[in-house]
Write a protein that binds this ligand. Structure first.
Ligand SMILES: *Cc1c(COP(=O)(O)O)cnc(C)c1O
Length: 393
C-alpha cells in the first residue's frame, strides 16, 4: 500500500507500513541480524538483486524499510535511507558527494557538528569548505568554485531561524551542475518539502520532529532519483551507520502523529512569539510567523507554517540568558528540539560555546540568544513559566 496519491495525514498513518502474515495492525519489529535463504538459488538471487529478499540487517530489514518508505513518500522522493543518527546521515551525504579536492558551499547557520565534521575530518582529505549566509541569495553564485560539488543548506537555520530560498538555490546550483542538499530537520516534511522545490537530497535528524518523543536518536536521507539513491545507500551499507530495527519501530510509531503534534506546537509557538515580542526584556524574536522576521514573505512561500522553533535575544546578554535558564520550571533545560515537551537552551553557553565568541558572532549567535523548542503543553502555562523566569532578570 504505497498511497502516493493520498493526503499527507493518510500517508503518515499508512504509507510504507509492513503488515505480517497474521495481519498485524502495526509494523512488527524484526529484531534479527540476518535472514535465512530458502536454498542456494534463493541466496544467490537475493545477492544478485534478482529477487526481493532481505540478507543482513545492515543492508536492509523490513522494520527499517517500512520507515524508509514512509519518509520517502512524505518527502515525495524516490527512496529513503535510515541511519543511526542525524549526523550519520549528514556524514553519509558528504562521503557520497565529496572527494579529494572538492569544495562544499554551506550555510553559516548550519547545525554545529555538520560544520565541525568537515573542518576536522573531511579537510584532512583535501575537501575545501565555505560557509556563507545562504539567506542572502547573492552569496550563492559568487562563492561557487570550479570544484564545488555540493550546495548544502539548512533552512530555517540553527539557531538563528534565518530562511534560505530553496528554489532559488536549486536554480543557481543546477546551472553549475551542482546537487542541492537540504537539512529539513526544523520543518519536517509536514511544513516543507524541499524536493518539490528543486532540491536533490533531503536529510533529517529523525531525533527531532519526525520521531517527536525525545526517545530515539536517528537520521534519514531521501533522494529524489534512483541513481542518487543507489549511491547513498551504498555509502550507508559500507560505512555501517544503519538504524536499528527497534529504533525504526519507535519512529514509525512516533511519526504517525507528526501533523497533529506540529499543529498544536505551532499554535502555541505563534502565541509565545507574540508574547515575547511585546516583552520589555526581549530585544528581538526570530520566528518565521512574525512580520518582523526578515524573510517573512519567503517563509510564507516555501513553508506550510512557521513551525515550533523560536529564537529570541535578551537585552541582558549572557547573564540574562543564564538567569532565564535557571528559572524556567516547565520548559526543560536541554538541547535537542521537536519533541512534545518544551525545551529551552542558551547557545552561547551550551551548543555553540565551542565556537568561541568571534565565531558565534560571525554566525549571528549573540550572547543573549535563547533557543526555545515549543511543545504541546497548555500555552497559558508556557507563557506563565516564561513570565515568572523573565521577571527574575
Ligand atoms: C540534531 C540535528 C542534527 C544532528 O542529528 P543527530 O540525530 O543529533 O545526530 C542535524 N541537523 C539539525 C538541524 C539538527 O537539529
Amino acid at each position: 500500500m504505497e498511497n502516493t496519491n493520498s493526503g499527507f495525514n493518510t500517508k503518515l498513518i499508512h504509507a510504507g507500513d509492513a503488515h505480517d502474515q497474521w495481519g498485524s495492525a502495526v509494523t512488527p519489529i524484526y529484531q534479527t541480524s540476518t535472514f535465512a535463504f530458502k536454498n542456494a538459488k534463493h541466496g544467490a538471487d537475493c545477492f544478485a538483486g534478482k529477487e526481493k529478499g532481505f540478507i543482513y540487517t545492515r543492508i536492509g530489514n523490513p522494520t527499517i524499510e517500512a520507515l524508509e518508505k514512509k519518509v520517502a513518500i512524505l518527502e515525495n522522493g524516490f527512496g529513503g535511507i535510515a541511519l543511526a543518527s542525524g549526523m550519520a546521515a549528514v556524514t553519509a551525504v558528504y562521503m557520497t558527494l565529496l572527494s579529494k579536492d572538492s569544495h562544499i558551499l554551506s550555510t553559516s547557520a548550519v547545525y554545529g557538528p555538520s560544520r565541525s565534521v568537515l573542518e576536522t575530518h573531511f579537510m584532512k582529505f583535501g575537501v575545501e569548505c565555505t560557509f556563507v549566509d545562504t539567506s542572502n541569495i547573492e552569496n550563492i553564485e559568487k562563492n561557487i568554485r570550479p570544484n564545488t560539488k555540493l550546495l548544502y543548506i539548512e533552512t530555517p537555520g540553527n539557531p538563528t531561524i534565518s530562511i534560505t530560498d530553496i528554489a532559488a538555490c536549486a536554480e543557481i546550483a543546477h546551472k553549475h551542475g551542482i546537487p542541492v542538499v537540504v537539512d529539513n530537520t526544523f520543518c519536517s516534511p509536514y511544513l516543507q518539502q524541499p524536493l518539490n522545490l528543486g532540491a536533490d537530497i533531503v536529510l533529517h535528524s529523525i531525533t527531532k520532529f519526525i520521531n517527536g518523543h525525545a526517545d530515539v536518536v536517528g537520521g534519514v536521507i531521501i533522494a529524489k532519483d534512483s541513481e542518487m539513491y543507489a549511491k547513498l545507500r551504498k555509502t550507508m551499507v559500507y560505512m555501517g551507520g544503519n538504524m536499528d530495527p527497534h529504533q525504526a519501530y519507535l519512529v514509525v510509531r512516533g511519526v504517525k502523529t507528526l501533523s497533529i503534534r506540529i499543529d498544536r506546537a505551532q499554535e502555541n509557538a505563534i502565541k509565545i512569539a507574540d508574547y515575547l515580542e511585546a516583552h520589555p526584556k526581549v530585544a528581538t524574536v526570530m520566528y518565521p510567523g512574525l512580520k518582523s522576521h526578515p524573510q517573512y514573505e519567503l517563509g510564507l512561500k516555501q513553508m506550510k507554517g512557521p513551525g515550533a522553533m523560536i529564537s529570541f535575544e535578551l537585552k541582558g546578554g549572557f547573564e540574562a540568558g543564564e538567569i532565564l535558564m535557571d528559572n524556567v520550571k516547565i520548559a526543560m533545560l536541554a538541547v535537542s528540539l521537536g519533541g512534545i515537551e518544551t525545551l529551552i537552551q542558551h547557545p552561547a553557553s551550551m551548543t555553540h560555546a565551542g565556537m568561541g565568541k568571534e565565531g558565534r558572532l560571525a554566525a549571528s549567535i549573540t550572547d543573549g540568544l535563547v533557543r526555545y523548542s515549543v511543545g504541546i503543553e497548555n500555552v497559558e502555562d508556557l507563557i506563565q513559566d516564561l513570565d515568572q523566569a523573565l521577571a527574575k532578570i
